[in-house]
Design a protein. Structure first.
Lengths: 253, 253
């Protein structure tokens, strides 16, 4: 069994449609590669009770919780204090975070003011997640990993955290696609193949291109040979239905 | 008070990182325009108990639930039968959906086979949502609106549904941005402005461009004059901090 993950995206800007989230795809892909499949994502508002409730529900249900967003210096950045409240521990200056940030602001000639000091305030017992982009660190407490919302900062934090995560066998994908075979024609045969490969997750994804409509079938699992055997059967099915199966996913539109 | 919405994105392909979700931003934007702000989003797996549980929890908590994904013809398309189970009603042929689809397949010379017939099977009492792209309809039951996952089909369904939704005052946004003023410098003054405009949601979003780092402040609310007054105060604050405030959001990177 692979350890599991869920993502908690904290921020009104995603819920309002202002911001296109790019973190979910990145984290889902990277976590799959290290064998910690993402089982659920929640996008929630910057409201204390909502954040605290979601953190406590999800850290009980999943092996890992990754949060993005809400750790900057402004009034709407309340993730850190809410995670403290969820764990029932004091929210206090983290000496190493403080040292890194005060050194950085001194170097820049900027003031390490009260708003910025909040970014060095963390749940007692937090372990820092390095931030190679803008210094202010994320942190881990228990099985909750608290990261920035800005994609390039989040990605930097994730890569510094990744070696310490306990993963399982990587989730591999094998795929085949064809034009000219609608989903509704391949569905019955696909159900039959899926039933013989219970360890795989077989997904069917129609696509639309100027060159024609097609379908891509993706097999996900932890054993390459099993995924390849299933995809070979799908390719045969596509041929029988008059398609021209091509290995892999279709090229981007 | 505006009526509320939540989104339920159903599909392993988003959780695995295969697919970049584009529906959340579209729906959040359009629902904000018609005064039904999105309060929460969940992305969940194609597993019956998980779908049924989420539908029942969210339809009790929000005025509207919009689902995307899982209404195609293949084995992993189980949204419709799960919504039936959530409502405790029979899952049965919908005569109008059946008529539309059988006419379409007859016209195409395709077989209206068992897999496709599943797309005409719906919870008893479902009201159809038109699909101008590929015929197979979505549906509404109670306060749950069930739509396709493919963005252009979902958008077509949403626009046919929108006139029947009961909205509130539109959620408006006003914004101002500047380079040269870091978030940590503007945070204190911004907190003070937010405290005097409790009806607004003031968001602070750093951005990074080749031309310099900046910050955008966005005020969201239902009264244009109030949002404009708050943004005028933010612009003044930016000036005091040495910035050059420019109305609106920064141009895309």
């Amino acid at each position: 069994m692979n350890p599991t993950a869920c993502l908690l995206v904290i921020g009104n800007e995603v819920l309002s449609g202002r911001t296109q989230d790019l973190n979910i795809k990145f984290l889902a892909t990277r976590l799959g590669e290290i064998g910690i499949p993402v089982r659920e994502v929640r996008i929630i508002r910057d409201v204390p009770d909502i954040i605290i409730g979601a953190v406590n529900e999800m850290r009980a249900r999943f092996d890992n919780v990754f949060t993005t967003g809400g750790i900057g210096p402004t009034h709407d950045d309340i993730t850190s204090e809410c995670v403290s409240a969820a764990f029932g521990v004091p929210w206090e200056i983290h000496p190493e975070a403080w040292a890194r940030m005060s050194a950085q602001y001194a170097k820049n000639g900027s003031e390490f003011n009260a708003a910025r000091q909040r970014m060095a305030t963390m749940p007692r017992g937090a372990k820092l997640i390095d931030n190679a982009v803008s210094v202010a660190p994320g942190f881990t407490i228990g099985n909750v990993h608290v990261m920035a919302g800005v994609p390039r900062i989040m990605q930097s934090m994730f890569e510094s955290l990744a070696p310490s995560l306990v993963g399982g066998p990587p989730i591999l994908a094998r795929a085949v696609h064809t034009v000219g075979v609608p989903e509704g024609a391949i569905a019955e045969g696909l159900t039959e193949i899926q039933s013989r490969y219970p360890a795989l997750d077989l997904g069917s994804y129609p696509y639309y291109r100027g060159t024609g409509n097609g379908v891509a079938i993706v097999a996900k699992g932890t054993e390459a040979e099993v995924a390849e055997a299933a995809i070979a059967e799908v390719a045969k099915l596509m041929l029988q239905l008059g398609g021209t199966p091509i290995a892999g996913e279709p090229p981007a539109a």
